[in-house]
Design a protein around this ligand. Structure first.
Ligand code: URA
Length: 209
């Protein structure tokens, strides 16, 4: 069954609390999104395979470790995923980025795709799907289904905040995809917002409301 990791690190929890606070400015929210994403990325990449390489330090030849295999792909779901992706790229600057454009139909809350652009050899790589809010799970499920349809087999999902319902839906749809989040809130309201949540992550990141 799907592995779900709640990143309980005090720095992550502290920053998430500031992000939940409606008094937090756009500028601070955006900075916190980036910082918290970097910290969560550290956890998501904890078990990446490594290989031994021969190098020479200024003092002596030695054997040391490097990350093995092809570069990672971060796949932010537009647009809120972009803010989180920045923080992940701070930690893994050589990662490739696949953009997945989805919007929520406000009536049905279903995810509708309007954009998809991925590296050509994405099927050979670990792909980490990034979306700060796992609410109904519709967007994450659709994005992962799209990537699987493309041939991707090695997938992880990262968010900042999840609703219990979203976690259950994503686990049911894609039991092979492990999930990382900073917290799981109990409910969703009638508009599909996580309660207590933090509001609209895209609007708060980009200052559009
Ligand atoms: N998307 C958001 O930005 N916030 C929510 O609470 C749910 C979905």
């Amino acid at each position: 069954m799907t592995q779900v990791t709640v990143v309980g690190h005090p720095l992550v929890q502290h920053k998430l609390t500031k992000m939940r606070d409606k008094a937090t400015s756009t500028k601070t929210f955006r900075a916190l999104m980036r910082e918290v994403a970097t910290l969560i990325c550290y956890e998501v990449t904890r078990d990446l395979p490594m290989e031994k390489v021969e190098i020479e330090t200024p003092v002596a030849p030695t054997t040391a470790y490097e990350i093995a295999g092809k570069k990672l792909v971060f796949a932010p779901i537009l647009r809120a995923g972009l803010g989180m992706c920045e923080g992940m790229l701070d930690l893994v600057p050589s990662a490739r980025v696949a953009h997945i454009g989805l919007y929520r139909d406000h009536e049905t809350l279903e995810a509708i795709e309007y954009y998809f652009k991925a590296p050509e050899d994405i099927t050979d790589r670990l792909v980490i799907v990034v979306d700060p809010m796992l609410a109904t799970g519709h967007s994450a499920i659709a994005a992962i289904a799209r990537l699987k349809h493309h041939g991707v087999t090695n997938l992880r999902f990262v968010c900042l905040l999840a609703a219990r319902q979203g976690v259950d839906a994503l686990r049911a749809a894609h039991p092979d995809v492990p999930i990382w989040t900073a917290a799981i809130d109990e409910t969703l309201n009638d508009h599909g917002y996580i309660v207590p949540g933090l509001g609209d992550a895209g609007d708060r990141t980009f200052g559009t409301r």
